[in-house]
Ligand binder design. Structure first.
Ligand code: GDP
Length: 380
């Protein structure tokens, strides 16, 4: 009897310890096994996650290392020269330039010249508060005798004041000191987020960086497809979710995917509109929080604004800036029917740096914003 009891106890102990080993094995993979990506804690109302479409290409080939049969679009992207801001500002320059003609033909600087100037600034979409601020400063300079009594001197003083608005701003795109750099792109539908990400992926890849795109705009099915084309053209990796997938989990997976492959940068698209009752700003806060979890480090939140929407862009900017700590603006479609003055209003009223400007739909049509060049082109 005692022997039977001892055998039963030994058997029971053996079974229990086997269970523990199984649990331990589950928690800790065998040495040498690839690390499993940690799973983000489920959030209330979380939707299905992401699917990795393709990894980033191992090496961004420099021009001399390019394979003979590389896909044509990528060659195009690598070879196309970025346009000059002043060459693409057609409409803005015509409009402002022709308004200035009348002022230049006035004999002297009087109240009528100031009225003409105000009208020109408003027509150019500078907006009342910024126009008022610039003109008040100009009046003070005239009263103090700092500006000669000639319209040309007046316009030159205005040009300098406008350029001075941008003094000391940091327009660089920052990268995480450690971990995986994430740049998040936010903005309403149609402003050019997806296109901007595609153009940036092309230029970053050209500079030799390994890039992963996160198709976080899961509301608009076409956005994922569009981004996939850009990924193909630039050699970037891409992580996509099914339509309606949780954007946070798509971006989280993209960060894990980038970190596991030693990629330098994740460019994350986000929705500009949602079909659920979830507030867009709440969703973006959550996206930012999750993208920022180590090894991810969100070092830029870039608000994309369409320059042709004029003063409306300022309203959007205030809403987004409140929710997600915007670090800079990408102003798209300056090549289109934009009047240009919005550039001054963004700086004067929002205090946010414009870091990049979109000057067309091609891969090379995204350039660093150069305020000196912009202001001189406008006043020429
Ligand atoms: P999203 O909804 O914010 O992702 O916007 P998309 O990236 O889909 O862009 C909307 C439209 O604007 C597309 O037809 C783009 O080709 C176009 N677009 C984007 N950036 C520019 C730009 O700088 N200049 C011009 N002319 N068109 C642009």
């Amino acid at each position: 009897m005692t022997v039977v009891l001892v055998v039963v106890i030994v058997l029971l102990l053996a079974l229990l310890s086997a269970g523990t080993v199984v649990t331990v094995r589950r928690r800790f993979p065998a040495p040498g096994a690839p690390p499993r990506a940690p799973v983000p804690p489920p959030e209330p109302g979380a939707r299905p996650g992401a699917e990795i479409i393709r990894p980033p290409e191992p090496e961004a080939a420099g021009p001399e290392a390019a394979e003979p049969g590389a896909p044509a679009p990528r060659e195009e992207a690598a070879e196309a020269r970025p346009p000059r801001l002043r060459d693409r500002l057609g409409r803005a320059r015509d409009l402002f330039g022709s308004s200035l003609v009348g002022i230049r033909t006035r004999g002297r600087v009087d109240e009528a010249a100031f009225e003409d100037l105000e009208e020109a600034l408003l027509l150019a979409d500078v907006g009342l508060p910024t126009a008022g601020r610039l003109l008040d400063a100009l009046r003070a300079q005239v009263r103090a005798g700092e500006v000669a009594d000639s319209p040309d001197a007046l316009l030159e003083a205005l040009r300098e004041d406008a350029a001075a608005l941008f003094a000391g701003e940091d327009r660089s795109l920052s990268r995480a000191p450690e971990g995986t750099t994430v740049w998040l792109f936010v903005g309403v539908n149609g402003v050019g987020k997806t296109t901007t990400i595609g153009k940036l992926a092309a230029s970053e890849a050209r500079d030799g960086r390994r890039v992963v795109l996160a198709a976080g705009d899961t509301f608009r099915a076409a956005a994922g497809e569009q981004l996939e084309l850009w990924a193909e053209r630039s050699g970037a990796g891409i992580v996509r979710g099914a339509e309606g997938a949780d954007p946070s989990s798509v971006i989280f997976d993209a960060v894990q995917h980038a970190a596991a492959r030693g990629a330098d940068l994740v460019l994350a698209d986000t929705a500009g509109r949602l079909h659920t009752k979830v507030n867009l700003m709440d969703e973006l806060r959550k996206v930012r929080r999750i993208a920022d979890r180590p090894p991810g480090h969100v070092s830029e939140v870039l608000l994309v604004l369409d320059a042709t929407t004029g003063q409306n862009g300022l309203v959007q900017a205030r809403q987004f800036a409140e929710a997600v700590d915007v670090t800079g603006i990408v102003l798209t479609k300056l090549d289109g029917t934009a009047k240009g003055g919005i550039v001054l209003a963004i700086r004067a009223e929002l205090g946010l740096p414009i870091k990049l400007v979109g000057l067309g739909e091609g891969a090379a049509d995204l350039v660093a914003f150069d305020p000196e060049d912009f202001v001189s082109a406008l006043f020429e």
